[in-house]
Design a protein around this ligand. Structure first.
Ligand SMILES: Cc1cc2nc3c(=O)[nH]c(=O)nc-3n(C[C@H](O)[C@H](O)[C@H](O)COP(=O)(O)O)c2cc1C
Length: 191
């Protein structure tokens, strides 16, 4: 199997984020052919197109980080039935300046967890819509809306329920297969 690098975004800035725990779990459960690294979003100022002529270091670092990976993975909470402002801000930074959209043709997948029963489903639909506009080929299936029950994932990413661990491991195997198919159909040398 071909190896790929995956940059992951955690949509939450909270110290005890359950989505960060989920991200840690995904790092542990991913197949060896996926090398995951976080793309941080917490230091970005609020985006304005006034910055387009001269991106600040945090904006440049974000775009360089995305350019340096084969695919991106969004691990995000749902806030008010959408995505957190911090994540939207990061996507806005990465999508600009006009003509230099970092997500164009970059394969992506979304996943999230919430204490609620629908486990970020509505927020992820918003995210999928944004990523469509950003021209990112997205893994449509399998979907992953994880209801976070107390103790489900430890701080360092150990999943305590075997069926959930298997589901998440399979999700990452599916993502590997999806990235492979995208780059088979659209080799990186093609324009
Ligand atoms: C501003 C705000 C809005 C929220 N809106 C939703 C929501 O729409 N759906 C939901 O399931 N949970 C919602 N929650 C609860 C979050 O799912 C919960 O706080 C969860 O821990 C957030 O994930 P995180 O710990 O990774 O930040 C909201 C929480 C906050 C702070």
């Amino acid at each position: 199997m071909t190896a790929f690098t995956v940059g992951y975004f955690v949509g939450s800035l909270a110290r005890n984020s359950i989505n960060r725990k989920l991200a840690h779990a995904l790092v542990r459960l991913a197949p060896a052919e996926l090398q995951l690294r976080e793309i941080p979003i917490g230091e970005l100022p609020l985006y304005s197109y006034d910055h387009d002529a001269d991106y600040p270091p945090a904006g440049r670092a974000l775009k360089a980080a995305i350019a340096g990976v084969d695919a991106v993975l969004f691990v995000t909470p749902e806030y008010n039935r959408s995505i957190p402002g911090a994540l939207k801000n990061a996507i806005d930074w990465a999508s600009r300046p006009w003509g230099q959209n970092s997500f164009a043709r970059k394969p992506s997948a979304t996943i999230g967890t919430s204490p609620g029963k629908i486990g970020t489903a509505v927020g992820q639909q918003h995210l999928k819509s944004i990523l469509s506009f950003c021209n990112s080929p997205q893994m449509n299936a399998i979907e992953a809306y994880i209801e976070f029950t107390p103790g489900l994932i430890t701080d360092d990413g150990e999943v305590t329920v075997a069926s959930t661990a298997e589901f998440l491991a399979n999700y990452m195997r599916e993502f590997h297969g999806y990235i492979t198919r995208v780059y088979t159909a659209l080799p990186r040398t093609a324009t």
